[in-house]
Ligand binder design. Structure first.
Ligand SMILES: C[S@@+](CC[C@H](N)C(=O)[O-])C[C@H]1O[C@@H](n2cnc3c(N)ncnc32)[C@H](O)[C@@H]1O
Length: 263
C-alpha cells in the first residue's frame, strides 16, 4: 500500500472567511486531521477556526503537542513524537491534514514537522497550502498599509530585543513585530522615546471572536497580552537615498552605489 500525503493546511489567522477555498476543500475530503496544541489540556486555535468555518473534524483526528519552550532538546523530542504519529497514519494510506493557524510558511510548526517526517521517510509527499498570515490580516483590519512604492519592511519576532528593534527602525519604513508579549513594555518605551507611538498599532487574536485592537499602544503599558498578538510600526522619518536611474541610492554609501551604476 502506498503512503498517504502530508498537507500543511493554513486556516488563516482567526476569521474563518479568511480561509482559502483550497484549504476549505481539502478539509472536506476524507483524511486524518492533526493540529498543534501547547499541552495535552489546551485547545487548538487552528482547529477552532476550522470548526467555526462549519467544518467538522473526521472521526479520526488527534492533537499534536508542541510545547511553548526555547529548550531545543525538549522541542526536538516533541517534534519527533509528532512526526512518528503522522508517519504511523500515513503508512495506513491515509492523507494527513496538519491544520496551521495563519500561514503555514510563516513562523509555523509545520516546517519543523515536515522536516522531521522527511528525515524519517524521504519518500513522503508533502504539500503546503498557502494562507493569510496574521500580519496581513492585521494590516487590513487596522487600515495600516504595510508597504507602498519602494518602502522597506521587516518582519521579526520581538525577542531579538530592543536594540535590534531600535536599529531596524532606522533601516526600514515598516516593522512587523511578532511575538511581542514578553517585551511589550520595553517596546512601548522605545516607541515613546522615538516619538513613534502614533505610528504604531497593536492587535491581539486578529479575526477571532476575542480580537482586540489598540491604536494608542501606550495604553497597553503594564498589561499582560495574549501570545497571539503583534504590533505594526511605521517610521515616517526613515531616510532613503535619492533615486538614480530608477534605483534607490543607499544614503550611507552613495559613492559605491554610484560607481556600480556608472560602470
Ligand atoms: C508561531 S507564530 C505563528 C504565525 C502564523 N503562522 C502566521 O501566519 O501569522 C505566532 C505569532 O504570530 C502572531 N500571531 C499569530 N496569529 C495571530 C493573530 N490571530 N493575531 C495577532 N497575532 C497573531 C503573534 O505575534 C504570535 O506571537
Amino acid at each position: 500500500m502506498s503512503s498517504g500525503k502530508l498537507y500543511g493546511v493554513s486556516v488563516g489567522p482567526g476569521d474563518p472567511d479568511l480561509m482559502t477555498r483550497r484549504a476549505y476543500a481539502l478539509l472536506q475530503e476524507s483524511a486524518y486531521w492533526t493540529y498543534p496544541v501547547r499541552n495535552s489540556k489546551s485547545d487548538s486555535y487552528a482547529l477552532n477556526i476550522a470548526t467555526r468555518a462549519g467544518l467538522s473534524p473526521p472521526s479520526d483526528h488527534c492533537a499534536l503537542i508542541f510545547p511553548m519552550t526555547h529548550d531545543e532538546s525538549k522541542l526536538g523530542k516533541f517534534r519527533q513524537r509528532a512526526a512518528e504519529k503522522v508517519l504511523e497514519v500515513l503508512s495506513t494510506g491515509n492523507d494527513v491534514m496538519f491544520l496551521v493557524e495563519g500561514d503555514a510558511s510563516t513562523y509555523s510548526t509545520f516546517g519543523h514537522l515536515a522536516r522531521h517526517v522527511i528525515d524519517m521517510d524521504s519518500s513522503i509527499e508533502i504539500e503546503t497550502i498557502a494562507g493569510v498570515s496574521s500580519f496581513n490580516a492585521a494590516a487590513a483590519r487596522l487600515q495600516f498599509p504595510l508597504t507602498e512604492v519602494d518602502d522597506k519592511m521587516a518582519v521579526i519576532p520581538a525577542n531579538y530585543g530592543i536594540e535590534t528593534i531600535d536599529q531596524l527602525l532606522n533601516d526600514f519604513d515598516t516593522l512587523v513585530l511578532m511575538k511581542v508579549k514578553p517585551l511589550l513594555d520595553d517596546i512601548i518605551a522605545l516607541l515613546e522615546k522615538r516619538g513613534l507611538v502614533e505610528h504604531a498599532a497593536f492587535i491581539e487574536k486578529a479575526g477571532s471572536l476575542e480580537e482586540r485592537v489598540v491604536r494608542d499602544v501606550s495604553t497597553l503599558k503594564g498589561q499582560t497580552v495574549n501570545y497571539l498578538s503583534l504590533m505594526l510600526v511605521k517610521n515616517p522619518d526613515h531616510e532613503r537615498g535619492e533615486i538614480l536611474r530608477g534605483c534607490r541610492k543607499k544614503s550611507t554609501d552613495n559613492s559605491k552605489q554610484e560607481s556600480v551604476l556608472n560602470a
